[in-house]
Design a protein around this ligand. Structure first.
Ligand SMILES: Nc1ncnc2c1ncn2[C@@H]1O[C@H](COP(=O)(O)OP(=O)(O)OP(=O)(O)O)[C@@H](O)[C@H]1O
Ligand SMILES: [Mg+2]
Length: 141
């Protein structure tokens, strides 16, 4: 579960990483990186410059690991929250902005994860939190 610091351009945001580095998960590394990159890209885009983004991971039980990505922005528009992993969904402010976002980052992330038995969910509370549940690998670490 290391190497996340290389997955995105961090501008001046501070990325806080915290977790047990010996934990192993059953996941395609490149696909997980792409999914996490899309979530981090949003955390950077939709929270104030320089605000910390916290990435933590821990085993939740014998068979699963929870990876959580939390920012300190305004959180996801509550009307949008139930639909956020559908393709083409963007916030009102994002649609009005002249940037080139397509509303696909989270749809891609969730498909990349769900094809390998992982899940992703979004929550608000002091910012936006994205929680990825991965299968834990047992055996020789
Ligand atoms: N961390 C976040 N904080 C607040 N709102 C968010 C956050 N992440 C996503 N959103 C909201 O969810 C919408 C969908 O995100 P998604 O990544 O799928 O698309 P996008 O960022 O608009 O475009 P793209 O990722 O294709 O460039 C965003 O437009 C934004 O309104
Ligand atoms: Mg995005």
């Amino acid at each position: 579960m290391t190497g996340l610091e290389h997955t995105t351009h961090l501008r001046d945001a501070s990325l806080e990483l915290e977790g047990d580095e010996t934990i192993r998960v059953v996941v395609d590394r490149d696909r997980l990186k792409r999914a996490v990159t899309n979530v981090l890209d949003n955390a950077l885009r939709y929270s104030p410059p320089g605000a910390p983004i916290r990435v933590t991971w821990a085993d939740t039980d014998e068979s699963t690991v929870e990876l959580s990505i939390r920012d300190h922005g305004p959180g996801v528009d509550p009307d949008l929250l139930p639909h956020i992993f559908e393709p083409g969904i963007r916030g009102r402010a994002e649609r009005a902005a002249p940037d080139a976002g397509a509303g696909l980052g989270l749809a891609i992330a969730s498909r990349l994860l769900e094809h390998q038995g992982a899940t992703i969910a979004a929550f608000n509370g002091g910012g936006a939190t994205f929680r990825i549940i991965l299968r834990r690998e047992h055996g020789a670490a």
